[in-house]
Write a protein that binds this ligand. Structure first.
Ligand code: UDP
Ligand code: MG
Length: 323
């Protein structure tokens, strides 16, 4: 039987995890696949780790977990999970049941088609989400698809079922600044999207504040597009042209008509406008330089403090070694 690796990044999910695991186990008989769970505890401050330990002890064959030394973010969690996955098919799911497990059956059927390497999911509604957030999300997708070189589908979730081959391709991208939605699309292969209605999280609260999402979307743009840099240079070039033309006009006008002191307010506004544009451009360049800075340090994406093997060895004296 083929194996399905299920990667679940968890940050403060003690309330949702029991629901999640029950739902998945209920699904198991309906799929001709062995399950390999890989839970990634992303530095949770609640009892998530304790729950995962219990789960791994109770299901030594199917449940694996990795626990980070602190919160490294969902992207790092996904990467760690993909690295650890050994299955023939790999799926990425949220712990809060916002990614409906039943969809996996349909996804598995679709991926049997040899033409298809990945079956993704796409929310067609954003019901239950704050209006302002939906608005900005929509704007973001419109913008990034206009200026980016990589297509990013509006409403596409990270929830997807991939073949081994595609995951191996993703693992070859070792960049530090990860924006998975873009990476999944960048590696190519054929992805089919299944639409579904938005589901609200089963328990707990979302860990994404508006500003966290905002800076995540800036990351997405900076990681997959150099258009902001080009815009900065185009605006700079335009400003130069306009100022040269107006200089010539002013010099000629002064020579012909005199009146040297007029035009103070307009000059001040032009100076302000130009210095504003300069600072903005510097900021844009700074964003990219910052990314390069982080990238060149080659720091690891995450640091593992514990996994189920370490836990067994150190905490339980490896009682399971003999059975
Ligand atoms: N998550 C994570 N690290 C973080 C934030 C979130 O691993 O720093 C996980 C979280 O446990 C969940 C998934 O990423 O399984 C999606 O997070 P959440 O449900 O809070 O986001 P939303 O669905 O509201 O976008
Ligand atoms: Mg969620």
């Amino acid at each position: 039987m083929a194996t399905l690796s299920i990667i679940v990044p968890c940050y403060n999910e003690q309330e949702s995890l029991p629901y999640y695991f029950t739902a998945m186990e209920k699904l198991k008989p309906q799929l001709p696949l062995d399950f390999e769970y890989i839970f990634v505890n992303d530095g949770s401050r609640d009892q998530t780790l304790a729950y995962l330990r219990k789960l791994a002890i109770a299901n030594p064959d199917s449940v694996h977990y990795i626990s980070f030394s602190r919160n490294f973010g969902k992207e790092a969690g996904l990467y760690a999970g993909l690295q650890k996955a050994t299955g023939d098919y790999i799926t990425v799911m949220d712990a809060d049941l916002q990614d409906p497990p039943e969809l996996l059956i349909k996804m598995y059927q679709e991926i049997q088609d040899p033409e298809i390497d990945c079956v993704g999911t796409r929310r067609v509604t954003r019901a239950g989400e704050p209006k302002l957030r939906s608005f900005f999300a929509r704007m973001f997708y419109r913008l990034i698809n206009k200026i980016g070189q990589t297509e990013i589908i509006d409403g596409a979730r990270d929830f997807r079922l991939m073949t081994r081959q595609m995951v191996d391709a993703i693992l070859e991208l070792t960049e530090y600044n990860r924006f998975s939605k873009g990476l999944f699309s960048w590696v190519g292969f054929k992805t089919k999207y299944l639409p579904y209605e938005n589901v609200e999280r089963v328990a707990g609260t979302t860990s994404w504040s508006f500003w966290k999402l905002f800076s995540y979307s800036i990351d997405g743009i900076v990681n997959f597009s150099d258009t902001p840099l080009n815009i900065a240079s185009v605006i700079g070039a335009l400003a130069c042209l306009i100022s040269i033309v107006s200089l010539v006009v002013i010099v000629i006008r002064t020579l012909l008509f005199g009146d040297p002191t007029s035009g103070w307010p307009s000059m001040v506004s032009v100076v302000l406008l130009l210095s504003g544009i300069q600072l903005l451009s510097l900021g844009i360049i700074g964003k990219y330089v910052g990314k390069i800075f982080l990238e060149t340090k080659k720091r690891p994406q995450y640091i593992v403090k514990e996994d189920e093997k370490l836990y067994r060895q150190f905490k339980l004296g490896d009682q399971t070694k003999n059975d």
